[in-house]
Design a protein around this ligand. Sequence first.
Ligand code: PLP
Length: 390
Amino acid sequence: MQQSSLPKLSSAIERTPGSAIRAIYAEASTIPGCIRLEAGQPNFPTPAHVCAAAERAIEEGWHGYTAMQGLPSLRERLAGKLARVNGIQTDTDRVIVGNGGAGVVGAAIFCICDQGDEVLVPDPHWPNYRTMVALAHGQEVFYDCPAELGYQPDLNRLESLITPRTRVLVVNSPNNPTGAVYGPEVLRAMADIAARHGLWIVSDECYDQIVLEGTAVAPTMAGHADPERTLNVFTFSKSYAMTGWRVGYGTGPQRLIQAMAKAVEATTSCVSTVGQKAAEAALDGPQECIGEMVSAYRRRRDLVADLLRESELLRAVPAGAFYAMIDIAPSGMDSRSFCMRLLREAKVAVAPGGGFGAGGEGAVRVSLASSDEDLVEGVGRLAELVATAR
Ligand code: PLP
């Protein structure tokens, strides 16, 4: 059959670049003994009591669909967690459970965006936002969060990007890939900008409890932003090392939550019922696991910072999430070429900063969700390559 007669794919998906990390991941998987610092998931197992609850749920017959918005019993617990941990007052009608934080952010973008609507996305950014906006036929517009500002948003520039087509401001703190955590004054300023221009805010707070400095929980956008125009998004993936369970949640105005429930119904019906029961157990059970993981990330962050202090390659000391951006600009290479060379010559896999947007170029992201030994060895080899290539 001739190539030209094949049915076409959507232009939206065609114009979306594939994940830069995936290419590194695929090649790294073929290299025996490779040090893996590219992944974005905790290197801890899901707590045993959560796994036990999932087994119980299977035995007890939790096998069917749940409400599209999520089990009422889970949403009740989530409203409690949001009040207790994040200081967000909400109720079960304004909470939705989604397939990870990704599912929640995606459902929101699909429900908000009309064709050509502009979505303000941080740069550097979690690349999934770009794909979501493309699939919603929106237009991403990047606002700078430059290394010189400690990866905080350049607020003047942000406001200057707003046009009559701007519909959504995506905020991500603690940030992937930079580890930046925005303080209350920055969040308030962003909320004010959104209010002045009638924008929705999608506040991705998926790393809310992975905080490496100061408070145990990151400041939330809630309390600064108008609750009628704001969605706050969270997940079990990071705090409870449950990436594969696919349980995230959001709270926002009822009309948005109801719209998102329609999107969930159409695409996935609901989140895995066993996963939702496991999530209930995560909230009911001991919470020490979070602090233990965060202590490990903090220790590794300090290890990496110490290693790089002399060479001044750490772009900013991460205050949250579990990533560090390392400067590779002195090597004279672009981030993709550097990562490939590091992989092939030194057997170390890291994520190219350019995969997180133009603002990430000249740097690579290492994941602190790796063993101390791997981090010390891997970052050491990385610094050596920068020095040799200089
Ligand atoms: N938001 C950010 C910034 C992330 O880095 C991730 C995962 O890496 C997510 C959301 C979504 O995670 P999940 O869908 O596993 O909850």
